[in-house]
Design a protein around this ligand. Structure first.
Ligand code: NAD
Ligand code: LMR
Length: 411
């Protein structure tokens, strides 16, 4: 039986093939080999015999011989990336997404300070969320910041935002059954603008990861405002990670494979037909019968609405969103720490002609977005869907850009 080791990320046992395919494209082969070497072997069933012990000598020898030199060398480098110390803020940190997202970010070894910002009318005072999180055994020190409704964040958030490298923004209204994400635009764009305005003043170099809906229009609106202020619009990142998380999970369900090893890129945007999963680009998903793909595609597109309906007017996806937001947040911080990461995200981009904003795989590095990667090959179904996606996204981008043109950020 193949040697298995315990992955520290989820505590599960995996083979070298599984670990290397999971981290392929995220870390270099050398780093993955070093990581593998640092993992504890999984215990086998029976009298506590380790697998390496049970492995016949000849086989072990042959394995060592087959191991490439570079990999063996990399093994010496045990802990190649010490944790860094970043300050992160969660705006809307007392909300449905904000609280679990703050919990997950407080556990990130790259986070030394976590600022939780919310309104005085929030479900829980942000200072309370901070007091609670300050009792977990992690290095992050957490502080809450509150503001009354109707005030401007720029007048209250100097301490909260100064020094931030990453600002996660789940502040805003969620959908109720029967609403589209577009219906949230006016109210949420104004909320986002207030927060973005304060970021422009107090942490202009931070990455702003916008979760607030409608992502398809809010991101172009805020990027335009940043650009007009002379700031870098690439600092504005739309969070679409949940679409990838859902696609991976649904592929796992249909194939019986572990979704942790499925990596479906979901491109386009984050609403209805603009959500375009490229199942043909994942080695597990591409084994699914072609006649099952249209329904699976629709399942990913409708997943947010399914949660809205299941919650019966009491909100939209919060826990899965926090999971997805923390995944992107962790990757952005790892990138800032110098280890490039690839995640799908909705950013200003030139990968799709005629669409100035688009979700595709994005490389995150020490300054944030390094580049958007090309979409790659698509099959017939995906190519057809792309036309539908582009038409809808164009209008939603225009809505955002119009808002950005019509408004500006205060100093
Ligand atoms: P929620 O109502 O539970 O929480 C929102 C929080 O934002 C509240 O605590 C509220 O007090 C706070 N808030 C409102 N205005 C604020 C302001 N001006 N400054 C600071 N805080 C403010 O909602 P939720 O379920 O957490 O959803 C938040 C947003 O995320 C919604 O717009 C929702 O549509 C969106 N969302 C996006 C995705 C995605 O994939 N991108 C997924 C799920 C939800
Ligand atoms: C989601 O996809 O779950 C979010 O965009 C929330 C929503 O309104 O569907």
């Amino acid at each position: 039986m193949a040697d298995k080791r315990i992955d520290t990320e989820d505590g599960q046992a995996y083979t070298w093939e599984e670990i290397s395919s999971h981290y392929k494209g995220t870390y270099s082969k050398k780093d993955v080999a070093a990581y593998w070497d640092s993992l504890k072997p999984a215990k086998t069933k029976g009298k506590g015999k380790g697998k390496s012990k049970a492995e016949p000598k000849a086989k072990a020898k042959a394995k060592a011989k087959a191991e490439p030199k570079a990999k063996a060398k990399a093994k010496v480098k045990k802990n190649p990336q010490p944790a860094k110390s970043f300050k992160v803020c969660v705006c809307g940190g007392s909300g449905g997404i904000g609280q679990p997202l703050s919990l997950l970010m407080a556990q990130d070894s790259n986070v030394s300070e976590l600022a939780i910002f919310d309104l005085s009318v929030a479900m829980v005072p942000p200072q309370g969320v901070a007091a609670d999180l300050n009792h977990i055994e992690r290095k992050a020190s957490v502080k809450g910041y509150v503001m009354e409704v109707g005030k401007n964040p720029i007048d209250y958030l100097e301490e909260c935002l100064t020094g931030c490298s990453l600002v996660l923004v789940p502040a805003g209204m969620p959908r109720k059954p029967g609403m589209t994400r577009d219906d949230l635009f006016k109210v949420n764009a104004d909320i986002a603008k207030g927060i973005v305005e304060a970021c422009a003043k107090f942490c202009p170099d931070a990455i702003l990861a916008l979760i607030v809906n409608p992502v398809n229009s809010i991101v172009p609106a805020m990027a335009k405002l940043y650009e007009k202020k002379g700031l870098d619009p690439m600092k504005i990142v739309g969070v679409t990670t949940l679409d990838c998380v859902r696609a991976n999970k649904f592929v796992g369900e249909i194939t019986g494979k572990n979704p942790a090893f499925v990596k479906v890129p979901v491109v386009g945007g984050h609403a209805g037909v603009t959500i375009l999963p490229l199942f043909s680009q994942d080695k597990v998903a591409k084994t699914i019968d072609a006649d099952k793909i249209p329904d699976l595609d629709k399942h990913v597109q409708d997943a947010g609405t399914d949660v809205v309906n299941a919650k019966g007017g009491k909100g939209s996806a919060t826990l899965s969103m926090a999971y997805a937001g923390a995944r992107l947040g962790r990757s952005i911080l790892r990138g800032l720490a110098g280890r490039r990461q690839v995640e799908c995200a909705y950013v200003k981009s030139d990968v799709m002609e005629g669409l100035p904003f688009f979700t595709s795989k994005v490389v995150f590095g020490d300054k944030g977005v390094v580049k958007s990667l090309p979409i790659g090959d698509m099959n017939e179904h995906e190519t057809k869907r792309m036309e539908e996606c582009k038409a809808a996204l164009k209008t939603e981008i225009e809505t955002g850009l119009k808002y950005g043109e019509a408004n500006s950020l205060a100093n």
